[in-house]
Design a protein around this ligand. Structure first.
Ligand code: DAT
Ligand code: MG
Length: 174
């Protein structure tokens, strides 16, 4: 009794609203997809949990049976690589969970959370380090730059599939 607390966030210690460039940096978006093996092996929830608990904000999510055409566009930079046909076949072998996560450094931090492309080279504690073994079954995709994130997000999502909202955690994160 007598003490006052607020659920709205630490406004008393963070009185000034962030400037427009600072706000823009806090809205960086990355495209994350749980690949067909991650879906089949029941790792969707664990992946979502890690991004949620890190503090990133989920702004879009859907389950998709991706067409070969979509996957070929998504992996267009790899089309000359010998594993390209196998990669397209693997990625179209079942549904994927496509997501857009938002927050400061979402692209770079997202990549750190994924681990290396080859799970064998991924540190324990990373998603690929903890949940998979083979480069051809590495359970998750994450954009490698802000530019490719923007391309991938517009490839996989329509504008109206992405939502705008303020997370109640915002002022406890930044
Ligand atoms: P990442 O998914 O880490 O961004 P990437 O863009 O170089 O890696 O390759 C896309 C996917 O292609 C990768 O997640 C798994 C597959 N891949 C990459 N290199 C491979 C290889 N040497 N053999 C088989 N599959 C490979
Ligand atoms: Mg890549």
């Amino acid at each position: 009794m007598g003490s006052v607390s607020s659920a709205a966030g630490p406004t008393a210690v963070c009185a000034e609203a962030p400037s427009a460039p600072v706000m823009a940096a806090l809205k960086e978006r990355t495209f994350i997809a749980v690949k067909p093996d991650g879906v089949q092996r029941g790792i969707i929830g664990e992946i979502i949990k890690r991004f949620e608990q890190k503090g990133f904000k989920l702004v879009g999510m859907k389950m998709v049976q991706a067409s070969e055409d979509l996957l070929m566009q998504h992996y267009i930079d790899l089309k000359e690589r010998p594993f390209f046909p196998t990669l397209i076949n693997y990625m179209s072998s079942g549904p994927v969970v496509a997501m857009v996560w938002e927050g400061k450094g979402a692209v770079k931090t997202g990549r750190v959370m994924l681990g290396e492309t080859d799970p064998a080279k991924s540190s324990p504690g990373t998603i690929r380090g903890d949940y998979c073994i083979d480069v051809g079954k590495n359970i998750i995709h994450g954009s490698d730059s802000v530019e490719s994130a923007n391309k991938e997000i517009s490839l996989w999502f329509k504008d109206e599939e992405l939502v705008t909202y303020t997370s109640c955690a915002f002022s406890w994160l930044y």
